[in-house]
Design a protein. Structure first.
Length: 408
């Protein structure tokens, strides 16, 4: 089948009332940007709650895979189009039926072989008559074309409730015929829901948390706390590669890399070992909030999940959040089981990178018996021991941070 076009559906955006235009424009922009990076040339237009992509000289798989990375897209339907004739007329019902017969025959070559009643494939024709001047109603068109298909292919039978094959015909500026539906990622177009800063480590959870947040239309910047020489260049590269996975959906991700070594070392030398993780996490959050406010972001995002590790009990999360003063902290995977997170990680192609064996934290900084129920008052008191140097170290870390603009 040689497709020349795609019909793109986007259910949720269509519900957005007065803001609909804003969401649709954002979606069109995302689609155009993604397609610009593909081979071929495309025309992207928008009518009646659908995006229509007409393409030339494109690679089908490459194009579909690009469209599957546009948040807001719920379905991608490869279509065959039939243009109006020289007099501006759509094909009459005979010509339309002939197109439908050819289209289904090419799409499902097995229809041409005889099948006894038990092996017949069920189908339904569904017409949308947007051009109301077309002489037949939608129902008349469905019936007529359906009849012709039954005559052409003995192996078909009608099932209007749960058809295996749903042939859709749109009578618009041109005729669109389609029967295949490729699932899109869903969600909302990137950039329609504000901005957040993701605390991105090299682990499994935070890239998934970032993906899920971006999927709701949120623009992301990322922060990675690097602790050389305890964490290697390769660990940093791994985080860049994970940012790249997210950038494939969102476009460029600004990745801030903060050197955390001196802060970590100072906490390690000064505070009780069993509180190391909690205190470190509190400093990560404080610094991330500063970066987020600077970036004009509206929230922080982490990959924490209740009870996954000692630093992720409800008490620990509460004590961690306490230091974030102005922004909400979002934890999209907070109630997910590890396996559920892994499933998403695999689906977006992050898992292989996340499981590369470069530690995102040096083992000397991981306490043997971390507190699982830290108390805020106790932690605050122990943080006071850092008073002498910590503000200067935080300022230094912020001043020396590196910025990478990561693209897919
Ligand atoms: P992940 O798989 O995302 O690393 P995790 O289960 O290993 O999560 P932790 O290492 O305790 O959990 O980290 C909890 C969250 O804190 C992470 O999901 C991430 O958002 C953030 N985080 C942890 N370490 C770093 C780091 N070095 N740089 C940036 N963010 C970090
Ligand atoms: Mg981790």
């Amino acid at each position: 089948m040689e497709y020349k076009a795609f019909i793109i559906k986007y259910t949720e955006i269509a519900l957005k009332g007065k803001n609909r235009g804003f969401f649709e424009q954002a979606l069109l922009k995302q689609i155009r940007t993604k397609l610009a990076a593909c081979a071929g040339s495309f025309q992207v237009t928008h009518t009646g709650g659908r995006v229509y992509v007409a393409g030339e000289n494109f690679d089908f798989d490459e194009t579909v895979s690009a469209l599957k990375k546009v948040f807001g897209v719920t379905a991608i339907c490869p279509a065959v189009t039939v243009m109006r004739d020289g007099n501006g007329k759509l094909p009459d019902i005979e010509a339309l039926s002939a197109h439908a017969v050819r289209f289904l025959g090419e799409l499902y070559p097995s229809l041409k072989t005889h099948a006894d009643d038990t092996k017949k494939r069920t189908f339904k024709v569904e017409c949308r008559r947007v051009d109301k001047t077309y002489p037949l109603t939608s129902m008349e068109t469905d019936a007529y074309v359906g009849e012709k298909l039954l005559l052409a292919y003995e192996s078909l039978k009608v099932d209007v409730h749960r058809p295996e094959i749903l042939l859709q015909i749109e009578l618009r500026e041109q005729v669109n015929l389609y029967a295949e539906t490729i699932k899109g990622p869903g969600g909302m177009p990137v950039g329609t829901s504000g901005k957040a800063v993701l605390l991105l480590s090299g682990g499994i959870d935070s890239p998934v948390a970032g993906y899920l947040t971006a999927k709701r239309g949120v623009l992301l910047e990322a922060v990675y706390f690097h602790a050389p020489p305890y964490t290697s260049e390769r660990a940093k590269q791994k985080v860049k590669d994970l940012a790249k996975i997210i950038a494939a959906y969102t476009g460029e991700v600004r990745l801030h890399v903060v050197n955390f070594t001196d802060i970590q070392m100072y906490i390690y030398e000064t505070c009780p070992k069993d509180e190391l993780t909690v205190i470190m996490r509190r400093y990560m959050m404080r610094i991330a909030e500063k970066i987020a406010l600077e970036a004009g972001a509206h929230g922080l995002v982490t990959g924490e999940s209740i009870a996954q590790v000692a630093s992720q009990t409800m008490q620990a999360l509460m004590v961690t959040d306490e230091v974030v003063q102005e922004l909400p902290v979002y934890r999209p995977v907070v109630a997910f089981d590890k396996q559920e997170i892994i499933d998403i990680s695999e689906a977006i192609g992050a898992f292989e990178i996340s499981t590369l064996p470069y530690e995102d934290c040096c083992t000397i900084f991981v306490a043997k018996h971390p507190v699982t129920r830290p108390r805020a008052d106790v932690i605050r008191k122990h943080e006071e021991l850092l008073a002498e140097r910590i503000d200067a170290l935080v300022a230094e870390a912020l001043a020396g941070k590196e910025l990478f603009c990561v693209t897919a």
